[in-house]
Design a protein around this ligand. Structure first.
Ligand code: ATP
Ligand code: MG
Length: 564
């Protein structure tokens, strides 16, 4: 490809609102342009990278035994109603209507569609298992689109769905997909962690995220220093040590307390005790029925809403309570009690940390008084108990042998166990088993964000001059630069080199511009990030100067010796 013919050229400066490196570089180097917020054009250079990623994903998926197919983009809304995800899918779901009044979801994921096509066949155990996938458009009305291709509202996902007679058979495919994903991400040049995570609104029991460690990642997860433990923050566990096991249990008292004591910091100052010695109450509301939940937790810990929703079986349904919500149960914002409110229907939840402290301060705070020497189990006990606390760096790992370290990562893909979640919700999602009985099938689903993967590669593979594409996904293998092409002798040599390389089947982007100074050509080449730079200039005589992107060393060799 001649640069003069290429559609989509480099620009020197990023736009003001661009904060992430991958966003800036993909824009400046001429790979992407935004249409409206969160919707992007892939320019020809971007499309080439994208297609190479797609090819790798397809090769590995096909090798795994999965079969490619395609589903319509518009999903009949009735399918989403069958699983209730037209509601629980929440704000991200987009819908459209046709001229006949039929309503459709613009799917953000396609479990219902794939169950629907599978149930049209009278499957028996002999037809199972199988795994079908597509490269399908996804629409998600994300609250905030950000970071270029990182979080968009419209994107192509590789989404796969597998169907099994039982859980044991499913587990084999889950391992198969885990290995397949590992090969895919390795081939596109990414280092990744496989992180057990929360399965959110997909249903099912467990899942793993493939996370690429990065400061701009939105997934937070924890690894133990000894490397034996890894988990997403929404499921990360830790071992709670007893805070004051030696202390004697004292009688509970209501004591006077200066009026300025309001926050946790005030408490610490006033009582000269660490945060872990205080009770903290956090209030949530069920978005659908308005029910209030008060969570009591040790003062040094935060509540993890995902863990709480899971414990209460209210995935995706809890909001932080507002001041009005708190007043509605007869309480005051900032003065919520750890027990009481008998006249109002409130559900209390206790974090396990309450069992690690003797003689808490707090629980019945009023303007000028509070309770001290409060002991969980003796002075109050909640109907629901469990681990709803957020893990933190430095906490003891669950086996007690190591410490947790926090990491941030970009989630490029994930694999989900779905069990019979969808087949139980959707009618006729069955097969005939070897005993002649009709049974609901077991499922898994497996997603890879292709655009996000592309952006992630840039995020972890660049320098201050531009992108450094790994060979496997680079838009071209060679960036041929002709310097001072106004000189007809150099022009001839450069043209010959271009002809020679392309005829050998090498993918070449040829900077054939005249009247552009060498410095600008080098800068563009570094920005675009093609693995090999091959220069033809006065200095290179009958040879060419070759240099690998990201390395300093260059050498002049005969073109015939050059190997990509
Ligand atoms: P996130 O937590 O980042 O919102 P998710 O859990 O919603 O991701 P999935 O529904 O599991 O993601 O989708 C599978 C893959 O699709 C993700 O691993 C990611 O690579 C990609 N993906 C999801 N949402 C987006 C988005 N808004 N923009 C780009 N890629 C996305
Ligand atoms: Mg999401």
């Amino acid at each position: 490809m001649r640069y003069t013919n290429l559609f989509g050229k480099t620009v020197r400066e990023p736009l003001k609102d661009m904060t992430q490196v991958s966003h800036k570089l993909l824009y400046q180097a001429g790979f992407i342009r935004e249409s409206t917020a969160g919707r992007y054009y892939l320019l020809p250079l971007g499309q080439r990278v994208f297609d190479k990623i797609v090819r790798i994903v397809e090769e590995e998926m096909d090798k795994s035994g999965a079969q490619k197919m395609s589903a319509p983009i518009l999903h009949p809304i009735e399918l989403w109603e069958e699983t209730n995800r037209d509601k629980s899918g929440g704000y991200e779901l987009m819908t459209v209507q046709d001229r006949r009044g039929a309503r459709f979801a613009l799917g953000g994921t396609a479990e219902e569609m794939f169950v629907d096509v599978v149930r049209r066949f009278q499957l028996t155990y002999k037809d199972m298992p199988f795994n079908v996938y597509q490269m399908g458009y996804k629409f998600r009305d994300e609250l905030r689109a950000r970071g270029g291709l990182m979080r968009v509202r419209e994107f192509i996902m590789k989404d796969a769905y597998s169907f099994h007679t039982d859980d044991q058979d499913f587990k084999k495919e889950y391992e198969n997909m885990r290995d397949t994903y590992s090969r895919i991400f390795t081939r596109v040049g990414l280092k990744f962690d496989i992180v057990p995570a929360d399965n959110g609104y997909f249903g099912g029991e467990y899942c793993h995220e493939f996370d690429v460690e990065s400061e701009v990642g939105e997934s937070k997860y924890f690894v133990s220093e000894d490397g034996s433990y890894i988990a997403h923050e929404d499921v990360a566990e830790f071992k709670l040590e007893d805070v004051n096991p030696e202390e004697e249990i004292k009688d509970m008292e209501i004591v006077e307390q200066p009026e300025w004591v309001r926050t946790m910091e005030d408490n610490i100052k006033n009582y000269n005790l660490p945060a872990e010695r205080f009770l903290k109450n956090v209030v949530y509301k069920n978005r659908v029925d308005g029910h209030i939940y008060i969570v009591t937790i040790r003062g040094d810990l935060q509540v993890n809403k995902n863990k709480l929703e899971k414990l209460l079986n209210l995935v995706g349904l809890l909001d932080d309570a507002t001041d009005e919500d708190i007043i509605s149960i007869g309480s005051k914002p900032g003065w919520v009690h750890s027990w009481g409110y008998g006249d109002h229907k409130v559900t209390f939840v206790a974090d396990n940390s309450l069992k690690t402290v003797k003689n808490f301060v707090g629980g019945q705070k009023e303007e000028k008084t509070d309770s001290i020497n409060v002991n969980y189990g003796r002075d109050f006990k909640h109907e629901i108990e469990g681990d709803v606390a957020l893990a933190q760096s430095g906490f003891t790992s669950p086996d007690g042998k190591s410490k947790l370290i926090e990491k941030k990562g970009i989630e490029v893909g994930n694999i989900f166990q779905l069990g019979q979640h969808y087949s139980k919700k959707m009618r006729d999602a069955v097969f005939v088993d070897s005993d002649g009985k009709s049974k609901e099938f077991f499922m898994g689903c497996y997603g890879i964000g292709l655009g996000r993967t592309m952006a992630t590669i840039v995020e972890v593979s660049h320098d201050d001059k531009g992108i450094i594409w790994p060979d496997a996904v680079a838009p071209y293998q060679v960036h041929l630069l002709g310097l001072n092409l106004e000189d007809s002798e150099i022009r001839n040599k450069a043209e010959q080199a271009y002809k020679y390389l392309t005829e050998k089947g090498v993918e070449v982007l040829y900077d054939d511009r005249e009247g552009i100074n060498p410095g600008s050509k080098f800068a563009d080449s570094d920005l675009i990030g093609i693995p090999w730079r091959v220069v033809v200039s006065k200095r290179t005589g009958d040879g060419v100067e070759i240099k690998k992107r990201g390395e300093e060393k260059s050498e002049i060799i005969e073109l015939a010796e050059f190997q990509v």
